[in-house]
Design a protein around this ligand. Structure first.
Ligand code: TXA
Ligand code: MG
Length: 357
């Protein structure tokens, strides 16, 4: 692809409200004109384009190096705007969507809904459904309002790389490939939104996130067991097409150790010993509580073992740090949280396919 001159726009508390409004108006007009803007959300940075402009959306796939059968999430500034991308003509789906939005929006929950025909197939990857979310990030919502359109945005990483949770990650992957990057510091959640499909006979969670199945079941007053989790890799076509690809991967080989604490520590130490004999540069990703147990070239902790929100905030940065330090063998302890474990296993290629998103 042709290199473009990427502008970086810092938006923080040092700006006056006029300066901030001007900056966001400028970024909004880039989107409205068919350009690509990387913007912060509470989960990860997104690579945005006008969701209703097929040509602009094609540029997203090109910039990411992403397969075009993999649909995008349309971001809106509030619930009333979902009618620009989804058909909610009343009935059960609408009721569920309203209930979930009332409880979790703005926030890290994406809903898959029936698509409006005006949404180009580029945005939905050819599906007749559309994924929609309203981010809990004021800058993101102001940007969407300024653009006057729903904003299609995948995570702003190159395909297969860990999602970006701070602006340096975005620059590393996307400098020269997008028109503008909005720098607003670190993302507060750190892993991507939970995706729930409301269009099937059963409610299904297509991607786990920090909003758990139990919270969704409670909000909708349905039993937890009525929510399904499609097995990725076994369906044709898969329900969340992106989940069939290897994701979030550091460049080194990565392994996740599961089992009891003792088993994890023993097997991980044995593997480190082997790596050392083979002359490999080793990296360990573990909880604060167990740092002292491991001898490796690089040790990165994701925080205390029970502080899952902190682990989520640090996870992708830690995987990128392993790359920055040129670690050849990344050895990670399992994390006792479904969404975090999902990301670790995908990064290790131990769950899902072998090509990249
Ligand atoms: O937190 C997030 O969701 C971030 C921020 C930027 O909002 N976005 C994000 O987008 O993670 P992306 O493109 O990296 O992941 C979207 C996932 C993919 O696995 C894709 O296959 C799935 O959502 N998806 C999108 N539309 C879908 C649809 N209509 N049906 C099923 N899965 C869909
Ligand atoms: Mg992604």
């Amino acid at each position: 692809m042709n290199r473009v001159d990427t502008q970086i726009l810092r938006i923080d508390d040092t700006l006056s409200s006029e300066e901030r409004s001007l900056a966001l108006a400028r970024a909004g007009s880039v989107l409205a004109a068919g350009g690509l803007v990387i913007f912060p959300t509470e989960t990860v940075y997104g690579l945005g384009a006008n969701a209703l402009d097929a040509q602009a959306v094609r540029r997203i796939y090109e910039a990411k190096g992403r397969p075009s059968d993999n649909p995008l999430i349309a971001h809106v500034a509030d619930f009333s705007e979902i009618s620009r991308v989804a058909c909610l003509s009343g009935g059960e789906i609408r009721d569920k969507a309203e209930t979930l939005a009332a409880q979790f929006w703005p926030g890290p929950l994406t809903m898959v809904l029936p698509k409006r025909k005006e949404v180009p197939k580029e945005t939905s990857g050819g599906l007749d459904t559309i994924a929609v979310r309203c981010p809990d990030q004021e800058i993101a919502r102001e940007l969407i309002r300024c653009a006057h359109c729903p904003v299609a945005a995948p995570s702003a990483n190159r395909s297969g790389r860990p999602s970006p949770t701070e602006v340096s990650h975005c620059i590393e992957d996307m400098d020269g490939r997008v028109d503008l990057i909005i720098d607003a510091g670190r993302c507060s959640v750190g892993i991507e939104s939970t995706i729930v499909d409301l269009t099937g006979e059963k409610l299904s969670i297509l991607r786990q996130g920090m909003i758990g199945a139990a919270q969704i079941a409670k909000a909708l007053s349905v039993p937890l067991r009525s929510i399904t989790y499609p097995q990725t890799g076994r369906e044709d076509p898969p329900r969340a097409p992106g989940m069939k690809y290897r994701h979030y991967a550091p460049r080194g080989e990565m392994t996740v150790y599961t089992g009891t604490r003792e088993q994890i520590t023993r097997e991980l130490c044995e593997a480190l010993e082997k790596d050392r004999r083979a002359g490999k540069k080793t990296g360990v990703l573990c909880a604060d509580e167990r740092v002292a147990l491991y001898k490796a070239d690089v040790i990165i902790t994701y925080g205390s073992e029970k502080d899952y929100p902190a682990a989520a905030r640090r996870l992708y940065g830690a995987l990128r740090e392993m790359d920055a330090q040129q670690v050849e063998a990344v050895r990670a302890e399992a994390i006792d949280h479904p969404a975090l474990m999902d990301r670790l296993l995908r990064a290790a290629g131990q769950n899902g396919g072998q090509s990249n998103q």
